[in-house]
Design a protein around this ligand. Structure first.
Ligand code: BGC
Length: 346
């Protein structure tokens, strides 16, 4: 394990970068946003590929409007008009996505500096305190994320407690490209999402409340399908979101770890299997990532990466029929998501 400086913020706060290693896998994590900055695994020829989009400097992470690799919260994805009520009281959140609240607001967890609580060669636990009223949310909260690397998987364990009832929905916003972060389009990757339904949304990406079947639509990814196969179809939900940017309702919604999605690239032979304890996953094809200067001089454009953000459904605080994201003062929020990688030999 190594820990090194990754620069400082304007107020001189130091940002650290941690490197975890396990067998032939390694990854780097920043204390800024608890962001996963790189993930290097062997390809079918035995060469290492960094399969995660990211930046080389702290300044670029501060300007990171695409949330690359960051842990997002207190509520990942959107809350309509930044409003919800809990225990009969109305709350009004910071709105940072037109009229809506997105990924925790103006200074969400992705923009905060996390503490290092524990560190070994293959795992790190980062934590954060969020004040009562921060971004409009009720309850003072303590949040931790533990990253554990093995030679075949990266596991994230999120935990949170609050001193008042609140809402909580944490995820990681990693953009993967299984051919390597600088390899360009992911449209030839094969994806499979184990979901028979998705949550259709309005023009502002707020779910209508309906759970719609994927059958017979380009949203149906239950069998391995090229990401590019239907992305440009004349299908309103895809046109509206400029590609995939939708919450899938996982078929298996047990609270234990269940498979959410599988992605495979023939070119590298690398396969990613995402398992989670959450009921939903946002499949996002980097529709709004355009002309970003990434690591090592790479330029990132739309479709150059994909995100699988495991989550409660968007806007669930306003949708009583959706699985509840309410965190009671007496309870502990706990969520595990695992990204397992295997390589097909050439
Ligand atoms: C959202 C997109 C948003 C993106 C920001 C995704 O989780 O679903 O709509 O543009 O995050 O990077």
């Amino acid at each position: 394990m190594t820990k090194e400086s990754f620069g400082t913020l304007k107020d001189t706060t130091q940002i650290d970068r941690i490197r975890l290693r396990a067998g032939r896998a390694s990854c780097t994590i920043l204390t800024y946003g608890a962001a996963l900055q790189s993930l290097s695994v062997p390809d079918k020829a035995g060469a290492q590929r960094d399969i995660l989009l990211g930046y080389d400097t702290i300044e670029e992470y501060i300007a990171n409007d695409g949330y690359l690799g960051a842990v997002v919260g207190r509520y990942a994805n959107r809350i309509a008009n930044g409003r919800f009520s809990l225990n009969g009281k109305d709350y009004s959140l910071a709105c940072n996505d037109n009229a809506n609240h997105l990924h925790g607001g103006k200074l969400g967890f992705s923009m905060r500096v996390w503490r290092i609580d524990a560190l070994t060669d293959s795992s790190v636990t980062l934590s954060l305190d969020s004040a009562d009223g921060e971004e409009g949310y009720p309850g003072a909260m303590h949040i931790s994320v533990c990253y554990t690397l093995t030679d075949s998987a990266l596991r994230l364990r999120y935990e949170a407690v609050s001193d008042r009832d609140t809402v909580c929905n944490l995820t990681n916003h990693a953009y993967f490209n299984l051919n390597g972060h600088a390899a360009g389009s992911v449209l030839a990757h094969q994806i499979q999402i184990l979901a028979s339904q998705f949550t259709p949304a309005d023009v502002g990406s707020i779910p209508t409340g309906e759970l719609a079947p994927v059958a017979g639509t380009p949203m149906d990814l239950r069998k391995p399908t090229k990401i590019g196969a239907h992305i440009a179809d004349a299908y309103e939900p895809l046109k509206q979101a400029k590609g995939y940017d939708h919450n899938y309702v996982l078929d298996d919604s047990l609270e234990s770890l269940h498979p959410a999605a599988r992605v495979f690239s023939e070119e590298s032979g690398i396969e990613l299997l995402v398992r989670t304890t959450m009921p939903g996953v946002q499949f996002y094809t980097a529709n709004y990532l355009s002309h970003r200067n990434g690591k090592g001089g790479a330029i990132y454009e739309p479709r150059y990466g994909f995100c699988l953000e495991t989550q409660y459904f968007p806007n669930s605080p306003n949708e009583p029929a959706f699985p509840s994201a309410t965190l009671r003062a007496s309870q502990k929020y706990a969520h595990t998501t695992e990204y397992a990688f295997t390589t097909q030999k050439a």
